[in-house]
Write a protein that binds this ligand. Structure first.
Ligand code: FES
Length: 79
């Protein structure tokens, strides 16, 4: 599998709403980072759906080099 495109080498700060579904972009090509806009269609990547458990500020992965989950795990520090 090819490496996804790096959208940015830092997380995206977003406001999540409890109970709402989100689609995190895993391919790095979306123009609506960090969320999917359908740009992955020509790639082997798929968006990652998740439901916010609480209303809060969250930091979603922008480098697309984490473990495939939406939340920043610090992987961008290795780039
Ligand atoms: Fe990147 Fe959909 S645009 S996963």
């Amino acid at each position: 599998m090819a490496d996804p495109t790096i959208a940015q080498k830092s997380p995206f700060e977003v406001e999540l709403e409890a109970g709402k579904d989100y689609y995190w972009c895993s391919c790095g090509l979306s123009k609506k980072q960090p969320f999917c806009d359908g740009s992955h269609k020509e790639t082997e990547f798929e968006p990652v759906k998740f439901t916010a458990e609480e209303t809060k500020t969250a930091y979603l992965c922008g480098c697309k080099r984490n473990d495939g989950t939406p939340f920043c795990d610090g992987s961008h520090k290795e780039l």
